[in-house]
Write a protein that binds this ligand. Structure first.
Ligand code: DSN
Length: 419
């Protein structure tokens, strides 16, 4: 069925919004999405997210709600919880956080008092804004000490992190990143946390799908809390989740609701349950293997075209291109714009020790989850790397952008998104 047919009611009631939705659907279908934190969900996830569960208030938790008529949304939330715990082997879980930010904030409120110290990765070295950025709630409420990557290896140095922990005695240590291309040693983090008496929270938002499929070491056994979004490699609807040890479950639940949220989004929780069900399937494991194989192939091919990658490559689904050595005058912002003109979508990103501002940057972050969902494999990664390198080397030359756009369009037709 042509996708426009799915928006029939909107076409009749709100032609302006119909146009917006169709344009975005055309954009997604006609571009190659290399933003590392994005993906394309299944039709089943989309149906659950667009279902009648959006009509239902269900403050509370399954079996203990502040509203009548919750018997079926209780089933939806219970399915989500059971599947999630099975997927990651977790003791306890909460699927109500509206986002990763809410998930992280709920954990902070469960174990910290304002003024307590958090030790976390610097945003400028690949961390996340909810891990203590000055004007995020985390940075406003808590005392933040950051670790970074080693200047030479561009990898985490667990010795230095342990020293910082001994010096500052954080109450909470956060492991997790939004732009770190290497495996993290969660055992080592747990050892540091144990030594200084800190709680360990791993924010696995980027790698959750890889962890679920056994393609990245799991942080669940050795962490007090594990948070995640549900829409990145995990390929669910936009949202958040928290896993924790049983001893924290009651406090954590009360910090999510009524601590920082009211009514849960039951349609999204149903969509999370559908996505977790998909992630339990063998096909998902194969998908995640391919995500990593594609990342490896893309990284190798980009380097063969003379591009420098932060830390020299990737273990995961993403890589960071450092534009400085090959193109000292080119910013990530400009390169992102050229690539977008050719329908290749990436995001500018700070690289460690970047001297440019976050809105300019000297780097690009590139990830393979979404193009792998479309069915692209290693051979297409090589082609893509060649196209990216051509564009960047050409200085955004118009004729070339037009030619690459035609080639990308051909690839999109060859690997269409599911109807
Ligand atoms: N904004 C997300 C990302 O792109 O990595 C993190 O929340």
């Amino acid at each position: 069925m042509p996708f426009e047919k799915r928006y029939e009611a909107i076409r009749k009631s709100d032609p302006q919004m119909f146009d917006v939705l169709c344009n975005e659907e055309r954009r997604q279908r006609g571009t190659l999405e290399l933003i590392a934190s994005e993906n394309h969900v299944s039709r089943a996830v989309m149906e659950a997210a667009g279902s009648c569960l959006t009509n239902k208030y269900a403050e509370g938790y399954p079996g203990r709600r502040y509203y009548g008529g919750c018997q079926f949304v209780d089933q939806a939330e219970t399915l989500a919880l059971e599947r999630l715990k099975q997927l990651f082997g977790a003791d306890a879980a909460n699927v109500q956080p509206h986002s990763g930010t809410q998930a992280n904030t709920a954990v902070y409120m469960a174990v910290l008092q304002p003024g307590d110290t958090i030790l976390s990765l610097d945003l400028a070295h690949g961390g996340h804004l909810t891990h203590g950025m000055k004007i995020n709630i985390s940075g406003l409420l808590y005392n933040i000490v950051h670790y970074g990557v080693d200047e030479k290896t561009e990898r985490l140095d667990m010795g230095k992190i342990a020293d910082l922990a001994r010096q500052h005695k954080p109450k909470l240590i956060i492991a997790g990143a939004s732009a770190y291309p290497r495996f993290m040693d969660f055992e080592a983090f747990a050892g540091v946390a144990r030594e200084v008496g800190a709680v360990l929270m791993v924010d696995m938002a980027h790698i959750a799908g890889l962890v679920a499929a056994g393609e990245h070491p799991s942080p669940v056994p050795m962490s007090d809390f594990v948070t995640s979004t549900t829409h990145k490699t995990l390929r669910g609807p936009r949202g958040g989740l928290v896993l924790c040890k049983e001893q924290y479950a009651k406090t954590l639940n009360s910090r999510v609701f009524p601590g920082i949220q009211g009514g849960p989004l039951m349609h999204i929780i149903a969509a999370k349950a559908v996505a977790f069900g998909e992630a339990l399937n063998e096909k998902f494991r194969e998908y995640q293997k391919q995500v990593r194989r594609n990342a490896q192939a893309l990284a190798d091919a980009l380097m063969s075209h003379g591009m420098r990658l932060v830390s020299g490559g990737t273990d995961t689904h993403l890589m960071l291109v450092d534009l400085r050595p090959s193109h000292p005058n080119l910013t990530g912002k400009v390169a992102e714009g050229w690539l977008e003109c050719a329908n290749i979508i990436v995001n500018k990103n700070m690289i460690p020790f970047d001297t440019r501002k976050p809105m300019e940057t000297s780097g690009l972050r590139i990830g393979t989850p979404a193009v792998t969902t479309r069915g692209l494999k290693e051979a297409e990664m090589k082609t893509l790397a060649g196209l990216i390198a051509e564009i960047i080397n050409s200085g955004g030359e118009d004729h070339l952008l037009t030619r690459v756009r035609a080639k990308v369009s051909e690839m999109c037709q060859q690997y269409p998104l599911a109807e």
